[in-house]
Write a protein that binds this ligand. Structure first.
Ligand code: SAH
Length: 241
């Protein structure tokens, strides 16, 4: 199985195209994942078009074409609950000068991602095993990031509580969502007030192959987050703000 390139779809949907080297690295990532997936369950999404849309296109759609990101800078980026490396790894292949931290609480997933970083020569990036609730309090990670990515980890208020402590003031958090309701937005706005953030943009998309609904929610840190956040392990999910 080989990934499609779909250069025209990249162009039409995101006004951007991958180059040959980037396509080759994505293909390598895909092959590595297929191989490891025979032994441990990294992802259910393995069919080429499905992988392309849900793992490549979706990961990139959250970060491409934003006028508030300085793409050329060596941004410090954290992917919280990265799983098999999404959305972080496909993004890092496009922006290898970014300093990406891939965080997950599952040791075996992080071990595999460490191998992927080597195979793909993503030398500016690192992995961390742990819970966002703990790692977000460590001085080497707290308020250190320009960009925080979070996909399929929990409801919006939980994601906000995980991501904001990691961001520098002015830093951006990207919540990858499916549907997006007005009530969720009202609730998120209330939660952001407690955490020192604000909602700056909601970007709706239709995915290019299956025409599913996606929303990327951009939040910005405007003031320091109180040391009480994130709360202890498990509390953000059990008792969302
Ligand atoms: N972001 C990936 C994986 C989503 S599955 C993707 O979209 O494909 C959710 C992942 O988050 C799992 O790998 C799980 O181990 C991790 N996770 C859940 N809660 C976490 C927490 N509190 N801190 C760190 N990782 C967490």
């Amino acid at each position: 199985m080989q990934l499609p390139t779909f250069k025209d779809i990249w162009q039409d949907s995101l006004q951007w195209q991958p180059n040959q080297e980037q396509l080759e690295k994505w293909e390598k990532l895909y092959q590595e994942i297929l191989l490891i997936n025979l032994q441990i369950n990294l992802t259910r999404i393995t069919e080429p078009n499905d992988f392309w849309e849900k793992h490549l296109w979706d990961s990139l759609a959250g970060v491409i074409g934003l006028d508030f990101l300085e793409y050329k800078d060596s941004l410090k980026v954290i992917d919280i609950g990265t799983g098999a490396g999404f959305p972080g790894l496909p993004i890092n292949i496009i922006f290898p000068h970014w300093k990406l931290t891939l965080l997950d609480s599952t040791r075996k997933k992080i071990k595999v991602i460490t191998l992927f970083l080597e195979a793909l020569k993503l030398e500016n990036s690192q992995t961390v095993i742990g819970r966002a609730e703990d790692i977000g309090h460590l001085p080497e990670h707290r308020e250190k990031y320009n960009l925080g990515l979070i996909r399929a980890v929990g409801e919006p208020s939980v994601c906000a509580e995980y991501v904001l402590p990691f961001l520098k003031i002015g830093g951006i958090g990207v919540l990858y969502r499916g549907n997006w309701q007005k009530e969720e937005e009202i609730n998120l706005n209330n939660v952001l007030k407690k955490l020192g953030g604000k909602l700056i943009l909601v970007k709706p998309f239709q995915t290019p192959l299956t025409k599913s609904t996606r929303h990327f929610i951009y939040i910005q840190k405007i003031t320091k987050t109180s040391d009480q956040f994130p709360r202890s392990v498990g509390i953000p999910k059990q008792n969302p703000l």
